[in-house]
Design a protein around this ligand. Structure first.
Ligand code: ADP
Ligand code: MG
Length: 685
């Protein structure tokens, strides 16, 4: 929760400086401290002899065997003391720059030490171990380890959290109804919060974590469900019922036959849009499965019923491409279609905005510019977003906002997600799946390579170009602002253009270019003037040049598998055999294994599952981009059982009490609001 003023009621002596550090960790209140979960635990239970063979930090009980000796070397202080554990092993301990320990370590007394031991013949060494006295009975033996920011120590955070627990625990109201807790055997929230911070053993930790993860998954799904049902209850959309035979006519006008799966998805959409409940539908289909034409059919339905549509793409390159595609889809209505990106300015922009408002534009295609505040439609009936994993939830709901009617929303995504996860990420959407690839397309052959293979790879690229085809060479660009990445793509471009492919036209495309330059380069590549496109991942989504048949990915280990699969989907779009080469000089076995998965599979779902297993969900889905709050404790991949259970509980609750009016369920709404604040406000719940 973003708050300008933080309130740490009941916790004395938090200085302004410390307050700021806590804000950095997202902690603004006593309650936030209670909800600040450890990222791990230190086990201080072992109090026998030191395990000299462990690579991990160990805890052991030992006596001080010599008087501590403190020396100074320049600014540095060095404190040395000999320890002896219960088996008699001598351990030489050294502390740097902690002179005050000299008085705390008393010869002949025993302490619990914790640190990494280095074996040295029959004795052992340890540097900067933490330690505590064995005396007190209420010693915490499993210590939570919190995420830190520089300037804060574990000790400080622990004390703050423990104080906060003392204050908060007595007044916590359980946000889960009793019937859910007893049905799913979940502990109380008082127990859960205490034990997640201070478990006595693994079992207590697991009981606490299970409860908190369940709660988290439950609240997220409840939030999405409320968004959806609220949209359905409180808003009206245009009923889209095009003249008889119009959509069939549109489909017949296409240069190909639609697949069975495409036809099915189109009829689902037509059915949704025929009523006045706003459609919220996700069309999911692997790269190249033909989602664009599905959206075109939906747009045709609106156009032929006299209403407006918008199509929003994540990049201007893609918006341009869609614009050209749609001009071809609707050859008789070209003047009703407009393109609005950041580079459309001045009089041209003014003209488009006017024609949108008076209704002479039926379809607006663009980037984020489409949802900027000064864009007003006469009667927006349908909003399509392409590759929605680039858009947040709040943007989606913003697109859907109209004057008195809201638009039907159609979201297209090539990110394959397992069904259960879909409920969490897209709980507010109905899902259609486009199965298979159209038109007997062959999977892209995929190989790995290293720098040593460059000459052979370049020869292969030349061969494709000689045969009239085109090539992509892709460089990783993790962040658009990273100078070094930008440098590397430019260097590679110069090198290839000046040396390796001297006789071929090579183009460069990266995110930091002006959008007019990008569009220009893309046009040259599409019409074949540029043969080799050296590019960052700006081409990742949606770019469709069926004549490109070979792709070389540099530093492939730096990409996620799902991302590589997306990239690879840029080739293999025509009738020619296509080849993707994943180049990596990384030594790690795991990196190699990952790339091999792509060589073996062309099924986005299989790849997504594997990627998920290897990297965890946060990375893969980029949950931040979804606009869905990051999960604090649940793990979308490993907690599938909890996902199913929380979903069952949710369904049961909503089926009996759709408005959450029953007294036992009333505690839920405030909690959902707390977590989903922004999203829920944006739809006025
Ligand atoms: P994606 O689902 O990745 O957005 P596109 O919509 O860009 O895929 O489609 C990929 C290519 O397949 C396009 O060139 C499109 O014209 C073509 N296509 C779509 N449907 C069919 C079909 N039924 N038969 C043949 N080609 C098709
Ligand atoms: Mg697409």
């Amino acid at each position: 929760m973003e708050q300008a003023n933080s309130t740490f009621s009941g916790i004395p002596g938090i200085s302004a400086k410390r307050r700021q550090l806590l804000h950095k960790l997202g902690i603004y209140s006593t309650g936030d401290l209670v909800g600040f979960f450890p990222r791990g635990y230190e086990d201080w239970r072992n109090s026998g002899s030191a395990d000299l063979n462990s690579d991990e930090p160990v805890s052991f009980r030992a006596y001080i065997d010599s008087e501590p000796v403190l020396r100074h070397k320049g600014k540095m202080s060095i404190l040395k003391v000999t320890l002896r554990d219960e088996s008699g092993t001598r351990i030489f301990s050294t502390w740097f720059n902690q002179p005050y320990f000299q008085d705390r370590l008393i010869k002949g007394n025993a302490y619990i030490f914790r640190g990494k031991i280095r074996r040295n013949g029959i004795s052992a060494e340890i540097v900067n171990p933490s330690f505590e006295s064995t005396e007190s009975d209420d010693r915490v033996v499993i210590k939570p380890v919190y995420p830190l920011t520089s300037g804060l120590t574990q000790g400080v955070i622990r004390k703050l959290v423990w104080t906060a627990l003392e204050i908060e625990l007595p007044q916590i109201n359980d946000c889960l109804p009793d019937w859910i807790r007893s049905k799913y055997k979940l502990c109380s929230s008082v127990y859960a919060y205490e034990k997640i911070h201070l478990p006595k053993d693994v079992e207590e930790f697991e009981i606490a974590r299970r409860r908190l993860a369940f709660e988290e998954l439950f609240m997220i799904q409840a939030g999405l469900k409320l968004v959806k049902s609220n949209l359905a209850l409180n808003s009206n959309a245009w009923s889209i019922n095009p003249p008889k035979g119009a959509i069939e006519g549109f489909c017949r006008s296409l240069p190909f036959d639609l697949t069975k799966s495409q036809t099915e998805v189109i009829s689902e959409i037509m059915k949704d849009m025929s009523g006045d409940i706003p459609m919220s539908r996700l069309v999911q289909g692997d790269v190249g499965s033909g989602k664009t034409v599905i959206s075109a059919a939906a747009i045709a339905a609106c156009m032929y019923s006299g209403h407006q549509s918008a199509l929003m793409a994540p990049t201007s390159v893609l918006a341009n491409q869609h614009y050209n595609t749609f001009l071809k889809f609707f050859p008789d209505d070209n003047e009703k279609i407009a393109l609005l990106t950041g580079s459309v300015t001045g009089r041209k922009r003014k003209d488009i905005l006017e024609r949108l408002e008076n209704g002479s534009i039926s379809l607006l295609i663009g980037t984020h510019a489409v949802i900027s505040d000064n864009v007003r439609f006469r009667d927006l009936a349908l909003a399509v977003t392409d590759e929605q994993h680039r858009f947040g939830v709040d943007q989606r709901s913003r697109l859907g906002k109209g004057e008195d009617k809201v638009a039907h929303v159609l979201v297209m995504s090539a990110t394959p997600i397992p069904r259960t996860l879909g409920f969490v990420l897209y709980g507010d959407l109905d899902i259609s799946v486009v199965k298979g690839l159209p038109g007997g397309r062959k999977p892209v052959e995929t190989y790995t390579s290293t720098s040593r293979d460059d000459p052979r790879v370049y020869a292969l690229i030349n061969k494709h170009i000689y045969e009239g085809r085109q090539a992509y060479i892709v460089c990783p660009m993790i962040e658009a602002t990273m100078e070094s990445d930008l440098l590397s793509v430019k260097e590679l471009y110069e090198e290839l253009k000046g040396r390796v492919f001297r006789d071929v036209s090579v183009g460069l495309l990266h995110g930091a270019m002006k959008s007019t330059e990008k569009d220009e380069t893309m046009r040259s590549f599409m019409n074949g003037d540029i043969k080799i496109l050296v590019s960052t991942t700006v081409i990742e989504v949606g770019v469709d040049n069926p004549n490109a048949t070979i792709m070389l990915v540099q530093n492939a280990e730096r990409f996620g598998l799902a991302q590589l699969h997306q990239l690879r989907g840029r080739i293999g779009r025509g009738s020619h055999r296509s080849i993707c080469i994943l180049k990596s000089d990384a030594d790690q076995q795991q990196a190699k294994e990952r790339l091999k998965i792509l060589c073996r599979s062309s099924d986005g779902f299989v790849i997504a599952e594997k990627d998920l297993q290897m990297r965890g969900t946060g990375d893969f889905f980029g949950t931040r981009q979804h606009g869905i709050p990051d999960l604090k404790i649940a793990n979308l991949y490993t907690d599938t059982d909890l996902l199913e259970e929380s979903r069952a509980a949710l369904n049961e609750m909503f089926s009996q009490d759709p408005l959450l009016g029953k007294i036992e369920n009333r505690s839920i709404l405030p909690h959902v609001k707390q977590r989903f604040g922004g999203l829920i406000e944006s739809i006025g719940l």
